[in-house]
Design a protein around this ligand. Structure first.
Ligand SMILES: *[C@@H]1O[C@H](CO)[C@@H](O)[C@H](O)[C@H]1NC(C)=O
Ligand SMILES: *[C@@H]1O[C@H](CO)[C@@H](O)[C@H](O)[C@H]1NC(C)=O
Length: 367
């Protein structure tokens, strides 16, 4: 209960002990001063009743726990971390608690790791943008905003000819909407099942993430115009728990981690390719499209990002070798993962929950 409310409570419980002027016992001797005082009290009580808000419904964002976040949605950073949140088909006809929706929890852990965690949180105010499809419930969007994320609801992108290899990938084309975030010079996309080991801010000034000029001579006619410059930095996709690290130079990158330059020209270029049936293998959805658009011998080849920024199929080997981020479905018990590695994500999840519980308690005291 707020101070105002308890004051109102005390005043209300006291009034019966006075003799109200409208009761018969009010002597003729009650003078005008007491009447005036009662009038004032009634006016005060009336205004207290108007502002009494025990459920805190009227409280706006600036005084909510989100105000404690180190990066605000109004950040003027030229860079942004980005992820996509779409409904998990596994939960389509089920009602589960938000805490049991793994990709939603993964997104929250990522928000905590990128924004708030002392060791890995941004120290240059880089925002974390969550692109959410329109079917994500409001309660989840609100929770992510309280977590400090910049939430943007986007329209889905899909083409009927595409055949996602896994149901889980059905909405992944919508990732391409990150190209529309043209208020930023560079954006780093990460899937929600990424664990952050080291602060990632330095990736935006890494020499392997600099803009390049496309090669119009290699353009394909029906794919529309090329942008005037582009960035596309990614890592060779490696399958298998045991793989070389640094990864060998290859011809197929992972779509779960890449850095690019937002650009409407590039966005339109991708959409044009997406509409051409069988131009690329749609099994891996956006990963297939991006690997086609940025093929080694095409007009805009991809750049191998400095290997320490990430790894797919992680093991303790990559962790010890200094990989800054690890991509894995930490919550999937069927995946044979080093227990020490799996433990790290669960600790980060616990830290995230404790961080917000602590903030809410501190906020209660400050009210
Ligand atoms: C969920 O229910 C809808 C409508 O009843 C159905 O079309 C869909 O196949 C179901 N999805 C799953 C994953 O069972
Ligand atoms: C941010 O952290 C990095 C290490 O991750 C450090 O090198 C850098 O000096 C820090 N920058 C600021 C502004 O504190």
């Amino acid at each position: 209960m707020s101070q105002d409310a308890s004051l109102a409570h005390i005043m209300l419980s006291k009034t019966p002990h006075h003799s109200p002027p409208w009761q018969g016992s009010a002597s003729r001797g009650m003078n005008k001063r007491i009447q005036a005082a009662f009038g004032t009290l009634i006016v005060i009580l009336f205004f207290l009743a108007l502002t009494f808000d025990p459920l805190n419904l009227g409280r706006k964002h600036p005084s909510s726990p989100a105000a404690f976040s180190t990066s605000s949605p109004d950040s003027k950073s030229p860079y942004a971390y980005v992820t996509l949140l779409a409904p998990n088909p596994k939960l389509d006809n089920k009602t589960v608690l938000d805490d049991e929706d793994e990709y939603f929890v993964g997104t929250r852990v990522l928000a905590y790791q990128l924004l708030h965690a002392p060791k890995t949180g941004t120290n240059t105010s880089i925002p974390f943008v969550v692109l959410a499809t329109p079917d994500i419930p409001k309660s989840k969007l609100e929770r992510l905003r309280k977590d400090g994320a910049t939430v943007k609801v986007i329209e889905k992108i899909s083409e009927s000819w595409m055949k996602p290899g896994l149901e889980r990938w059905r909405d992944m084309m919508s990732k391409l909407r990150m190209l529309e975030l043209t208020q930023f010079e560079k954006v780093l996309f990460m899937d929600a099942d990424m664990y952050i080991v080291e602060r990632m801010d330095g990736i935006f000034t890494d020499p392997t993430t600099e803009p390049l000029a496309p090669m119009p001579g290699l353009a394909v006619e029906d794919e529309g115009p090329l942008p005037s410059s582009y960035i596309f930095s990614a890592q060779q996709y490696m399958e298998g728990r045991t793989h070389p690290y640094p990864p060998p130079l290859g011809t197929y990158f992972s779509g779960g981690f890449f850095l690019c330059q937002p650009s409407i020209e590039m966005f339109n270029y991708y959409l044009t390719i997406a509409k051409i049936e069988d131009r690329f293998n749609s099994n891996a959805m956006e990963q297939g499209l991006l690997n086609y658009a940025h093929r080694r011998d095409g007009p805009m080849p991809w750049t191998d990002i400095y290997y320490k920024w990430t790894t797919t199929w992680p093991s303790m080997k990559e962790y010890k070798a200094g990989a800054h981020s690890l991509h894995e479905k930490w919550w999937d018990e069927k995946i044979p993962l080093d227990p020490d590695l799996r433990k790290l994500w669960y600790i980060a999840r616990g830290e995230m929950e404790g961080y917000h519980r602590g903030l809410e308690q501190a906020f209660e005291l400050l009210r």
